[in-house]
Design a protein around this ligand. Structure first.
Ligand SMILES: Cc1cc2nc3c(=O)[nH]c(=O)nc-3n(C[C@H](O)[C@H](O)[C@H](O)COP(=O)(O)OP(=O)(O)OC[C@H]3O[C@@H](n4cnc5c(N)ncnc54)[C@H](O)[C@@H]3O)c2cc1C
Length: 447
């Protein structure tokens, strides 16, 4: 590769804050809300034009679809608040015991929650580098329409999903080779659907988790699933969609009285490294081609979709797995499947796994503690990592990547960062009992 030398230059300091959260997905939003509610100056920076991460960029409103059974023990806290806020605004669809959040209105809900908490928001701003003093993070470098600037912060929370900040800070991270990463998706929505006809078809031809194929678990495999495979199989057999490694099968969420099915999670593309700009470009463009084929297949082979039109394509590719940090603690398959207990619990998460070829629904009431140690990167100070890039193995990732679990790590780290500022101690020396007390005050179940 050819290189050029970038000349050193002075950068304006745009802001100084106590806690700086980077990335406005479920993890980052929760971290910022929790830090601000603990009483410190908090800033939330997002590279796109709205908060919500996968919720708003890929139209995924099923924050707690695992909650199909009264036995499920739930986390509580900010994730549940997201659902409640949407329900209160008539911006969700109640299915069984969970809410499918209207992902367009969630953009507004996130804005309101950020405003109410007194967080300083910054949209359209990408963090491109870190400011280090030895192994301590002191701030970040931003790129936006305002140019290249700096933000100084006492604590930084990396909620980028890709551990961008931890990686730039030199914290040990790992990422599987791309052929072993979870697939990426371009999600879409349709209008012009005859909802009654479609629901009748779905209920008379019910799908279960067993139909997922590779991803089905042994437990609960008979459980009903909003899942469509037939239309795409038929289109492939008819030669209308090429036979490639891209899997076409749709988990669909949310429908409205206006004849919309707002989220079709149908295009599953393997072998993409979502930290590589060329792979990202390829996946977006190929994904949109598949969307066009998928819509035609739905129209031709799915009752209720005959007059459907493509309504939306996700603003960004949906990404499930990239870098993960090497943490002070490494969560394991054994932990998430054996109700692990941790003294440094920052919340609980039901025994729900979906991804990396495993699916387990928490119908038994079993749950595990989420330890603070998985948010603490090795070797770097003043930094916490939340959301889908917390430390752990492949199987535990199938739990920690879930949006509700991202809100658990986010809220826990937000409170920990805030208290470490208040008590003037490094994050890894924060008083965990005080963190747990504050989390309980905020509605989080710790044990
Ligand atoms: C297609 C798909 C379907 C899914 N379905 C479900 C489901 O039904 N239920 C469920 O619970 N989970 C589901 N998941 C998983 C879940 O959505 C994600 O794991 C979760 O959103 C991760 O949250 P996060 O906050 O870590 O990251 P994200 O939601 O990815 O948010 C990260 C945010 O950081 C921003 N960002 C990234 N880098 C930078 C930077 N350098 N500077 C500034 N901002 C930056 C991004 O723009 C983004 O807004 C699904 C995932 C996908 C992709």
């Amino acid at each position: 590769m050819q290189y050029i030398e970038e000349p050193a230059r002075k950068l304006p300091v745009m802001a100084e804050t106590d806690v700086l959260v980077i990335g406005g997905g479920p993890g980052g939003l929760s971290a910022a809300l929790a830090a601000a509610r603990t009483g410190v100056k908090t800033m939330l920076v997002e590279r796109y034009g709205c908060f919500g991460g996968v919720i708003t960029q890929s139209m995924i409103g099923t924050l707690a679809w695992y909650r199909s059974n009264a036995c499920t023990v739930d986390a509580g806290g900010i994730g549940v608040e997201f659902e409640q806020r949407a329900k209160a605004m008539d911006a969700s669809l109640s299915i069984f015991l969970y809410e499918v959040v209207d992902t367009e209105i969630f953009k507004y809900i996130a804005d309101q929650m950020v405003k109410e908490a007194g967080i300083l928001p910054l949209l359209h701003c990408t963090i491109v580098d870190v400011i280090m003093e030895g192994s301590t993070v002191k701030g970040v470098i931003t790129e936006s329409k305002s140019g290249r600037q700096a933000i100084l912060a006492k604590r930084v929370i990396d909620a980028t999903g890709d551990a961008d900040i931890a990686y730039q800070a030199g914290a040990p991270c790992h990422m599987d080779p791309k052929e072993k990463l979870e697939e990426v998706s371009v999600n879409f929505g349709c209008s012009g659907v005859d909802i009654d006809k479609f629901l009748t078809y779905t209920l008379t031809n019910p799908s279960s988790i067993a139909d997922w194929g590779d991803d089905s678990g042994e437990k609960e495999s008979d459980e009903f699933s909003t899942f469509l495979k037939e239309p795409f199989r038929k289109a492939r057999e008819a030669g209308e969609i090429p036979d490639t490694s891209t899997r076409l099968q749709s988990y669909w969420g949310n429908f409205t009285d206006a004849g919309e099915v707002t989220s079709l999670n149908a295009i599953h593309m393997p072998n993409i490294d979502a930290t590589d700009v060329h792979d990202l470009t390829k996946a977006e463009i190929e994904g949109r081609q598949y969307v066009m084929w998928a819509v035609e297949a739905l129209k031709k082979y799915t009752p209720g979709f005959e007059k459907a039109r493509l309504r939306t394509i996700g603003a960004s590719l949906g990404i499930r797995e990239t870098r993960k940090i090497e943490g002070v603690y490494h969560l394991t398959e054994h932990d998430v499947l054996n109700q692990a207990h941790f003294d440094d619990s920052i919340g609980i998460f039901p025994e729900f796994l979906d991804g990396n070829h495993i699916a387990v629904l928490p119908s038994t009431g079993r749950y595990f503690h989420v330890p603070f140690g998985i948010t603490l990167p090795q070797k770097v100070e003043n930094l916490l990592v939340v959301g889908r890039s917390v430390a752990g193995d492949k199987v535990s990732h199938a739990a920690t990547r879930q949006m509700m679990c991202c809100t658990v790590t986010g809220q826990g780290a937000g409170v920990a960062a805030a208290l470490s500022v208040k008590d003037k101690v490094p994050c890894r020396q924060v008083n965990i009992n005080a963190v747990q007390k504050e989390l309980q005050k905020q509605g989080v179940r710790i044990a």
